[in-house]
Design a protein around this ligand. Sequence first.
Ligand code: IDP
Ligand code: MG
Length: 164
Amino acid sequence: MSEIKHPQERTLIAVKPDGVQRRLVGQIMQRFEQRGFKLVGMKMLQVSEELLSQHYQELRRKPFYPSLLHYMTSGPIVVMVWEGHNVVRTSRIMVGDTNPAEAQAGTVRGDFSIHISRNVVHASDSVEGAQREIQLWFHRKELMDWDFALGGCVGTILYSWLCS
Ligand code: IDP
Ligand code: MG
């Protein structure tokens, strides 16, 4: 059996301060692991307004931007990079609508939140956006390019279609 390597898509997921304070980090991570995505980066930090203004550059002129800054700097966040087939689109579906009132049950926002100003989690909204955000939040060496230690197809059976 030979293993075919494909370039894998990556996305940025962050548990926002309300998610950390409500002890939801584990449950949110579990959903991504359970789905089959691969964790390649993770850290906890108190984010600066400078970094946030770059992250949310498209929202700087929105009326809610000052309250968004206040919310996002109200405590530490946990920021992660997840990898896998179609991870950007699939994570947006898993996270649910920006407004939790519209988010489907079964999504992170639909299960854990009720108001748009406290929606628990961030997920990149496009492949290009994800690349920009990953570069903004992580140094290259903070991202782990790991694989199944035993190589070949051992372990990849559950998580990948790359074995042939
Ligand atoms: P997204 O997080 O689903 O990608 P965006 O439109 O990119 O949604 O907005 C970024 C974040 O800004 C939202 O997750 C939410 O925290 C906040 N936000 C967006 N719209 C509103 C609003 O109308 N009132 C308050 N906060 C908002
Ligand atoms: Mg967004």
